[in-house]
Design a binder for this molecule. Structure first.
Ligand code: FAD
Length: 395
């Protein structure tokens, strides 16, 4: 029984069949739509260049019982039963893949013209906003805010992005790196207001803490996401302070025969010596293979999950990619001039490459990711020279 029919849930079902699971597989998804991928929602789908991004998976031929529009509301682990509006569903093994939901600005739910961007329905509601070239205020200069601003500018909207921190991507990147992204907003004709807090939202207007009143045909709130795990409260399953389902290194939860994977789950990374909650697509693609292998092998324990996290973002005409995981104390090493269209930054821990951000340098990313996996030590002088392939800049 798999709960959540996003990429992690669907891939778990597929991986179970690929790895030889012959038992029944049921996939319960709350959304009414054929399971689909989210990354295109803030890109081609918004602009009407693509109708959607349904997965090309033949559920019937794989023997996967896909049930859509089925929200799971509770778990009774003692009885091995899930609760849904249509009644209880028994399970032998359970995989929790309920993903994440956008953080809502308090008091803004239900205000007309205030949008979130997580689901196909959200993107469908936002399409006419772009097509009609409304003035848009985006709250939050994170990954989603930047991608939405990019699409809205491409559609010809006037765009103002309001960010409470002093820079974009404040939660993800250090100030000296993010500083080089500030200009991207202006270059594409979007206004970025940093250090600006929203005090109230109403239909057509956004009030900031310095008294500024912005008028808006639409407001898009992109201030982060949190694991969709409210339905697990009080069930006895261990949840972390960030609300993620706590798993071990095999993505097993604190309860027997229950696994968790994707945006809803955190796992202990031996590689980075900390628990990671990764809200990116690649994690929701890779984790399911580990879950499936452990379910199929049963008592003979399966593989451990300790990936080099990876994600990409398409924003302001740039392809931004990141691999690994860095901490504030890690040393920064620049590769190329961040004033240009293509540059990278490496993070080193005692000379070893632990993370890399590549802007318009996909080769750096591909090579860097492998070096991170191997724990390679960089020759810092060579690595700082963007004409030297990163894979050759090791000691
Ligand atoms: C607009 C957008 C753009 C993105 N772009 C990128 C990108 O460019 N690069 C990148 O690396 N990542 C990107 N991401 C992140 C990536 O899409 C997510 O990491 C990925 O979707 C996580 O997959 P998941 O299956 O864990 O969760 P989800 O995709 O959230 O799927 C979970 C599913 O479970 C369902 N569900 C929740 N609760 C219940 C319940 N109680 N019962 C039944 N079903 C339930 C939900 O309705 C949902 O369909 C983007 C995300 C968004 C929203």
């Amino acid at each position: 029984m798999i709960v959540g029919a996003g990429v992690a849930g669907v891939q778990t079902a597929v991986a179970l069949r690929e790895q030889g699971w012959t038992g029944a597989i049921t996939l319960l998804g709350a959304e009414p739509h054929q399971p689909y991928d989210r990354p295109p929602l803030s890109k081609a789908v918004l602009l009407g260049k693509s109708e959607g991004s349904a997965f090309e998976v033949d559920f019937d031929s794989l023997g996967i019982d896909l049930r859509l529009g089925r929200e799971v509301t509770g778990l009774r682990p003692e009885e091995r039963v899930l609760d849904t509006a249509d009644g209880p569903e028994p399970y032998d093994r359970l995989v929790i893949a309920t993903g994440a939901e956008p953080v809502v600005l308090p008091g803004t739910e239900g205000i007309p013209g205030v949008h979130l961007l997580r689901t196909l329905d959200d993107a469908t509601r936002l399409r006419p906003v772009l097509a009609d070239q409304h003035d848009v205020v985006v709250v939050g200069a994170g990954w989603i805010g930047a991608e939405f601003a990019t699409a809205a500018r491409e559609a010809g909207c006037k765009v103002t992005v309001v960010e409470a921190a002093d820079r974009p991507l404040a939660g993800a990147l250090p100030a000296e790196v993010a500083a080089h992204m500030v200009g991207w907003y202006a270059d594409c004709g979007a206004e970025l207001l940093t250090g600006a807090r929203v005090v109230s939202l109403s239909e057509g207007a956004v009030l900031l803490d310095d008294g500024t009143r912005l008028t808006a045909g639409a407001v898009v709130v992109g201030i982060g996401a949190r694991p969709s795990t409210d339905w697990l409260a009080g069930t006895g399953i261990e949840l972390a302070a960030d609300r993620s389902v706590v798993t071990d290194e095999r993505l097993r939860t604190s309860l027997p025969d229950i696994y968790a994977v994707g945006d809803c789950a955190s796992f202990p990374s031996a590689r980075y010596a900390e628990r990671l909650l990764v809200h990116h697509w690649d994690n929701a693609l890779q984790g399911p293979r580990t879950v499936a292998a452990n379910i199929v092998r049963g008592e003979a324990e399966g593989p451990l999950y300790d990936p080099v996290p990876y994600f990409w973002s398409e924003q302001f005409g740039r392809f931004v990619q990141y691999a690994g995981h860095h901490a504030a104390a890690d040393e920064l090493l620049w590769r190329g001039d961040p004033a240009t269209a293509a540059w990278s930054v490496c993070w080193l821990r005692q000379g070893v490459l632990v993370a890399l951000l590549a802007v318009g340098r996909p080769r750096d990313l591909a090579q860097g990711r492998k070096l991170i996996e191997r724990g390679a030590r960089l020759d810092q002088r060579q690595a700082a020279d963007p004409s030297v392939p990163l894979k050759s800049a090791t000691v």
